[in-house]
Design a protein around this ligand. Structure first.
Ligand code: ACO
Length: 157
């Protein structure tokens, strides 16, 4: 686990959008711009460096989605991602949401493991999401990125 508390800060709308980190979790700036302006971005900084973030996008009054979660490559594998997911669930709970969603690619085995470990269950598959929404085919470790796997967690109030 990370040796420090992961305390996040909500970015103000005036701040520069941290595209470098957001692009670790999404393929293009165009795709990020489809949700970032209607979302809240929470960042985790340590010793003046942005180490991680997540983005919460309200779907309706009850349901919110983690649209983007990313940890700086050099800081991955130390438990920060796990703590960011827990923080996102807590933030959603504080805002009285009862359901939280997260979607990831069919090729994202590590992410699917992490989200299920934190209590999300596979709920839906958006077939051909990446083929329909991105300009060119994307391959990861030789597998075509095609479907978006949607996972859901109920938040106990
Ligand atoms: N291979 C396999 N498993 C791994 C690896 C690895 N390279 N690295 C970590 N893990 C495991 C860990 O062992 C841990 O499991 P454990 O608690 O049972 O030991 C689990 O994954 C989570 O590890 P963390 O250290 O908490 O996660 P991390 O800080 O690395 O953050 C994240 C995870 C956010 C996915 C990070 O790797 C990242 O930024 N990746 C690139 C961007 C990305 O893919 N984001 C998600 C896209 S989907 C979306 O944004 C909605």
């Amino acid at each position: 686990m990370f040796e420090y508390n992961v305390i996040t800060r909500r970015c103000s709308k005036e701040e520069e959008i941290p595209y470098d980190l957001l692009l670790l979790a999404d393929e293009t700036i165009e795709a990020i711009n489809r949700y970032i302006h209607q979302s809240d971005c929470y960042v985790f900084e340590h010793q003046g460096q942005l180490l991680g973030l997540y983005v919460l996008f309200p779907i309706n009054n009850h349901c919110i989605e983690i649209k983007n979660i990313a940890v700086l490559e050099s800081a991955q594998g130390k438990g920060i991602g796990t703590l960011l997911i827990r923080d996102a669930i807590q933030k959603a709970k504080e805002q009285s949401y009862t359901t939280i969603l997260i979607g990831t690619a069919n090729t994202a085995f590590k992410q699917l493991y992490l989200y299920q470990k934190e209590g999300f269950e596979i709920d839906d598959i958006k077939k051909n999401f990446f083929i329909d929404n991105y300009p060119t085919p994307i391959y990861e470790k030789g597998i075509l990125l095609n479907h978006m796997i949607m996972l859901k967690k109920t938040i106990e109030q």
